[in-house]
Design a protein around this ligand. Structure first.
Ligand code: CIR
Length: 263
């Protein structure tokens, strides 16, 4: 049985720009190394392709240092796509840059026009609902606009809270299958996943909560052995990808792609 929330025939990625050294970060843990970032990005694209998906890799956008984190600029649903409105001023222009690319593959494209803000990293799509975490980048007005744009297509949006100090809602959680979510304890403790099974990331491994289920694989960052073991024990087919450089810019596995099946 196919599940639209994790079975995808297509993905779109964007090559990292050399300007990524100027990318946003909450805490300075050193400059990301461009060559290592590029290598990890190639491994990531290869992992998506290995599941049989077709992956379009867009040119780098030097004017937007964070544009490799393409997920934040758009939301791809089975029946429509929505161009987001990033709350980080340096990322706002990424929305109009992605619009023509999305309009090439979707016939129904809606646009968040504001005044609210919303970034794709705050949006978790499950089989039954779209959860959106309010954060420093996503506000209630942005969530309300998304809610009314997707309602005609039959999607339900639930507004929830991203933990204080956490960049995006999905920094702390990932969908593993139709019923199961991988989450940090700090996010799951808010009760927002009470209708789901929750697997907690191992203590001290919170930085791997941003993983993705992509077809048969769970793709997670390397070097989180306890959580990896736990996922394997639960029967997931885990692939790991180096993420040291993206992590310096608060990026993880979900941020690096838009995943979809054209309708
Ligand atoms: C930013 O702060 O916007 C980027 N440096 C990281 C974005 C990560 N995106 C995501 O979690 N979806």
């Amino acid at each position: 049985m196919l599940h639209f929330s994790y079975n995808f025939t297509h993905a779109i990625c964007r090559l990292p720009a050399r300007s990524l050294v100027d990318g946003l970060r909450a805490v300075d843990t050193g400059q990301p190394n461009y060559d290592q970032f590029l290598k990890d990005h190639q491994d990531y694209v290869a992992a998506l392709e290995a599941t049989g998906a077709k992956v379009e890799v867009l040119d780098a956008l030097e004017e937007f240092p964070d544009s490799v984190f393409i997920e934040d600029a758009a939301l791809c649903l089975p029946k429509c796509a929505v161009i987001m409105r990033p709350g980080a001023p340096s990322r706002l222009g990424e929305a109009s840059a992605i619009n023509p690319v999305i309009s090439d593959v979707y016939s129904n494209v809606a646009v968040i026009n504001g005044p609210g803000f919303i970034e794709g990293g705050d949006v978790l799509t499950t089989e039954t609902e779209i959860l959106v975490g309010r954060s420093a980048r996503t506000d209630s007005a942005g969530i309300d606009e998304l809610t009314s744009l997707v309602k005609p297509w039959g999607y339900t949006v639930r507004e929830v809270e991203t933990p204080e100090g956490v960049l995006h809602f999905k920094t702390d959680c990932s969908l593993l299958d139709a019923d199961t979510i991988l989450s940090t304890k700090r996010l799951a403790n808010s009760g927002c996943f009470s209708d789901y099974q929750v697997i907690h990331v191992a203590d001290g491994e919170e930085a791997c909560a941003n993983s993705i289920r992509f077809n048969e694989n769970v793709i997670m960052p390397s070097n989180f052995p306890e959580t990896e073991k736990m996922l394997v024990k639960h029967g997931y087919d885990v692939k790991t990808i180096g993420n040291t450089e993206a992590a310096k810019l608060d990026g993880g596995m979900s941020c690096l792609s838009l995943r979809f099946t054209p309708s």
